[in-house]
Write a protein that binds this ligand. Structure first.
Ligand SMILES: *Cc1c(COP(=O)(O)O)cnc(C)c1O
Length: 411
């Protein structure tokens, strides 16, 4: 593969024009949109307007006049088509961790009599921590976490399991689980399923309704580009909404919050899953960020995502000096999300050197270099330059310099 082939790929890319909708720093190749999405230009103007006009001028009237009160539903409805959900099932609120607490509690209650929450040992830790916290609260007789390897999920499904908690795309390896098949197998044993879409919403086509999923959570600040700490979202299938209850019964989830009734009465809709007052500025940023998806075909996005990763792998394989990098993501493209993981003993230092040379990737303990591909703003030429930089760093052993070996709080 040479630079001409790469340029031809960019020329033929039907999503190439989306890049101009993002604010991208000069001389930077950003392969970390799976951790913090880039800034859509529209967000800058919207946030300025929300702060200056809505908050600054219109003050409290804005809850009605600018519909602040409906933002969680409005933003949820914008996310819904990206994850294959019909109207009325998605709401934007809180963080994934908090939303998991609500859904885990609700699902355990629906499946009363069973106590096991089955998940995978290399799931994103917060998902497991939330189960552990709930287990502390409820006691082991009502909630017990059981962990298995990803390849052993199927054989571990049995009638003692109340809830199957899975992340669709593994945050480290990028392994993509078969949502339809696993949900069906779980349902056959009476198990409710919660899917974490942190690395799949906006990265791969997701079909929650079609897969008959019960519950899901997902992230606003990764592929959805809502900004640092953007609110998350949750999905509750319509068929469960009448029966399921969540314990963080704050006033925003009440059937009539402004009746100020001393007795809690949950909203009959997905609104029940709100707790307190929404974070209006942050949610407005996510609201504006979601507009970039309006004309995006998720199948085209998937094609480009796989093509970017394929080019990356081929370019790495073509460099002798990179032979010590081991691909830890699945070989088969269809089994991957939108990221690649490589192991290397010096992964941390290599990552620091890459960042210094303008290629932003990230490091995941203990020895993983992670490259995320965000098809809306990553070009094939970016991939070409990233691998060339990586090769130079490894070949010249630049990463061995002292400065690249200083530990950081956030990696
Ligand atoms: C990023 C991520 C989270 C983040 O959770 P927050 O509570 O929103 O910070 C959760 N789960 C997975 C799988 C993630 O990748």
């Amino acid at each position: 593969m040479n630079l001409e082939d790469i340029i031809a790929l960019d020329k033929a890319d039907p999503l190439a024009h989306k890049r101009q909708e993002f604010e991208l720093p000069a001389n930077t190749i950003y392969l970390d949109g799976n951790s913090l999405g880039a800034l859509p230009k529209a967000v800058k103007t919207t946030v300025a307007e929300v702060v200056t006009q809505q908050w600054g001028e219109d003050l409290i009237k804005s809850w009605n006049s600018h519909n602040w009160i409906d933002l969680p539903i409005k933003v949820g409805e914008k996310i819904a088509p990206l994850i294959g959900a019909d109207s009325g099932q998605v709401i934007c609120c809180d963080s994934i961790s908090v939303n998991l607490f609500k859904l885990l509690s609700g699902a355990l209650k629906l499946n009363y009599g069973r106590k096991v929450v089955l998940s995978t040992s290399d799931n994103f830790p917060t998902d497991l921590y939330m189960v552990q916290g709930l287990s502390e609260l409820l006691g082991p007789e009502l909630c017990a976490l059981q962990l298995v390897a990803e390849q052993n999920i199927e054989q571990s499904l049995n009638e003692s399991v109340a809830v199957l908690l899975l992340t669709q795309v593994n945050f480290r390896s990028g392994n993509l689980l078969d949502m339809q098949r696993l949900t069906k197998l779980a349902h056959d044993k009476g198990i409710l399923v919660i899917w974490d879409l942190a690395h799949s919403a906006g990265a791969v086509p997701v079909e929650l309704d079609k897969c008959d999923v019960d519950f899901a959570v997902g992230c606003g600040y990764k592929y959805l580009n809502g900004g640092p700490g953007a609110p998350a979202f949750l999905y509750v299938a319509s068929r469960h909404q009448a029966a399921v209850k969540q314990p963080l019964s704050g006033w925003m989830g009440h059937a009539a919050p402004f009746a100020f009734d001393p007795k809690y009465q949950p909203s009959a809709s997905i609104n029940q899953f709100q707790s307190g007052t929404p974070s209006v500025i942050a949610m407005s940023a996510l609201d504006a960020a979601l507009d970039v998806w309006q004309d995006v075909d998720m199948l085209q996005l998937r094609d480009k995502s796989l093509a970017l990763a394929d080019v990356f792998i081929r370019l790495v394989n073509g460099q002798d000096c990179l032979s010590e990098l081991q691909l830890c993501s699945p070989d088969k493209a269809a089994q991957r999300g939108s990221q690649l993981a490589y192991s290397h003993d010096d992964a941390f230092a290599i990552c620091q050197a890459l960042i210094e040379k303008g290629v932003v990737a990230d490091f995941r303990a203990p020895n993983i270099l992670r490259f995320g591909f965000t098809p809306l703003y990553t070009s094939f030429e970016d991939v070409w330059k990233a691998v060339a930089t990586l090769a130079t760093i490894v070949e010249t052993e630049l990463f061995k310099e002292q400065g690249f070996n200083v530990p950081l709080k956030v990696t």
